[in-house]
Design a protein around this ligand. Sequence first.
Ligand code: HEC
Ligand code: HEC
Length: 456
Amino acid sequence: MKLIVPLLLAAQVAAPVAGAGDGIIDLVDPDRYAGQAVPDYITRDNTPAANPITDRGATLGRVLFHDRRLSVDGTISCSSCHQQEHGFSDPATASSGVAGTTGRHSMRLVNARFGTERRFFWDERAATLEDQTTRPIRDHVEMGFSGADGDPGFADLVDRLAAHEEYHVLFTAVFGDGGISEERIQDALAQFVRSIQSFDSKYDAGRGQVAGDAVPFPNFTAMENAGKRIFLDPPPQGGAGCAGCHRPPEFDIDPNSGNNGVAGAIGGGSDFTVTRAPSLRDLTDAAGNPNGGFMHDGAFLTLGQVVAHYNAIPAVVPGIDNRLTRPGPGGPQPQRLNLDAGERASLVAFLETLGGSSLYTDPKWSDPFDDAGVISLVVLPTDNIAMSFSGSGESRTVTLVGSAVPHVDYRFQSTHDFVEWSSHAVTADADGEVRLTLPAPASEAACYYRLAYVTD
Ligand code: HEC
Ligand code: HEC
């Protein structure tokens, strides 16, 4: 009898603060991040050719995103300020970092991939999403690896992560070797952020049934369809012109947008530099609950307040987009849409159709750490290893084939008695396949095989 003994090896490493997940990351059969279903009416996509989403790349990004060890004192992860249950934003107006609170409201990370504006942050100071992802880590207030003001630098974070075997395996699986660099961290985090998508809203259910946004949606109430028309039509046609800057069906920001007249700053002062908004999807969840305050200063707590702002913009401020002003005596005057209460309520009802469901609960975006702060990696196949024999007599060989984690080094081990094991090194190929051909045992004694993962 020949028997394969599959062995599940879990690399357990403690993170300082407990998480909420089951702690298990299956790197042999990872969650699906690449090739998620995207509706055919969605066409805008800022994914660079050099960094497409891969299942294991986004998996590494997920671990990094939820790992509090990315902050100097081990208390803050990306997910501290970008919480899944709130559309990856924060109900707090200012978010808490390692050394104080943020100067702007946290942004929802929803459909960040589906837009043509490649620059990120409210003021678009990051040239790409990749560039954005390590800025919070380097920020003195947010995660604290600034390398200034007595903070450790980014190299110290790299050293910290390199000390953990699970990161060695994760980086090897994604990049072919265990080397950790800022660029690799950026690529993985950007893949994860781009993978966060929301297309199961009431809006999508309607949009999928018709030829375009201008057609009334069969699943909408009369009020929602009226609100949609106000969103789409420009002011001269009785609409509010929202679609000119928040462009359906992605609801991404027009790259040419100026600011929208919201010019306050958290804690006082003014801020005229904000020309980006995240996608307007999931402003509220499917039940209509807001995912935190709106705008860069979180000043509006309801969509009604947002609509009231656009209905009567308080003042012409520096940098305001001229679509929100009209000519007047002595220069441009702020927009007055004169929407009545019914029209404003309809517009709010439409905005609420943009909230989905799976965004808030899909485990593939959730905190992978368990409640003891531990992550466990499945690195060995849980299915059988295929084996086949060829040749005869002295030249008889056995070939073992299994699926494992790409680029990771394994040992195929065999024994007759479970006491003495012989061991053969084998590295999984880029598809995760391990394959080894050995001389078949000459004796008729039973031989047992297993695939093992051994740390150096
Ligand atoms: C302390 C809170 C905090 C932490 C930690 C944090 N963020 Fe943010 N994030 C914010 C705030 C606030 C903004 C908006 C800042 C601005 O525009 O000036 C933001 C903006 C962003 C944006 C821009 C979204 C857009 O549409 O332009 C991305 C992407 C992002 N964060 C990802 C991350 C990642 C990845 C991490 C972890 C490495 C992280 N954040 C850690 C608070 C935080
Ligand atoms: C000229 C371009 C422009 C037009 C027109 C416009 N917006 Fe905006 N919108 C922006 C910009 C820029 C921001 C980010 C402003 C800020 O945070 O200070 C924004 C922010 C928002 C936000 C907050 C998003 C968030 O994540 O907090 C909502 C909601 C919104 N707009 C809805 C609307 C609606 C509804 C209309 C039509 C009545 C509209 N916008 C018209 C440019 C525009």
